[in-house]
Design a protein around this ligand. Sequence first.
Ligand SMILES: O[C@H]1[C@H](O)[C@@H](O)[C@H](O)[C@@H](O)[C@H]1O
Ligand SMILES: [Fe+2]
Ligand SMILES: [Fe+2]
Length: 306
Amino acid sequence: MTIVIEQPGSGIEVERKKSENDEKELVIKNGGGFAVPNSNTFGHNFRDYDVASARQEGVENFYRTNHIYQTYDFVKKMREEYAKLNRAEMSIWECCELLNEVVDESDPDLDEPQIEHLLQTAEAIRKDYPHEDWLHLTALIHDLGKVLHLPAFGGLPQWAVVGDTFPVGCAFDPSIVHFKYLKENPDFNNPEYDTKYGVYSEGCGLDNVMMSWGHDDYMYLVAKGNHTSLPSAGLFVIRYHSFYALHRAGAYKYLMNKEDKENLKWLQIFNKYDLYSKSKVRIDVEKVKPYYLSLINKYFPSKLKW
Ligand SMILES: O[C@H]1[C@H](O)[C@@H](O)[C@H](O)[C@@H](O)[C@H]1O
Ligand SMILES: [Fe+2]
Ligand SMILES: [Fe+2]
């Protein structure tokens, strides 16, 4: 799948074109509806991790713990453990409902239950990209991995579930939120990991890179392990949506391969809706539910292993 962005930034309309080898080619065009708000619900800039606010201290404490404990060894263990998918059986929608219980301690911009955020993101992106149904569904499910915090899924602490993600196994980039706390991470001075490439190599592809453990990679494992038919761009969005050092700051680009670079364009579009749709405006769940159920039915089996 090839993606051509004509005017990156607020790309809004997508056209499908036939390419020579008859594969569908997605062409992203600019011009669309979603207006990025000037400030978040609390009257501050989005993702301002330093401004004094009701959430600032809790968020900073969250990152302190997250940065100390997310080591290469920890991530490796978690990936192996959760790839087993032996904790629960349920549908995608059941999981959306479970998320009603979870409030994300890492988020300076939102203090609503997660189900609101899922629907706000999906509905906003649906308005601007009406024909990309895979993107609507990707938005709906991108944060479902936060169930890791619930007892039935291991009751992981927030630092192992939410927050921005970053590669482990190579040097931490200073653009990572609250970078200073990474200096207390045991990997920080480990000679195996503290160089630009660490255990990786140029262009090795993100699929070969271990990311700090949390809801992104977990949901990717669930989607992949249950044989979703979502396109690779959808899986990429799910897996790397918290990797702000890459999709915002442009760090770690040298680890990407060709496919990653194509998929990154979709992630950057998605991020606008993920971040800026956070608000107190509620979505009528019952009204939109039939539409999302039809998408779930199209791209996933009725019951999934979690
Ligand atoms: O869902 C989470 C959450 O909103 C965090 O605050 C943010 O740091 C992550 O990137 C995101 O994936
Ligand atoms: Fe997320
Ligand atoms: Fe999100």
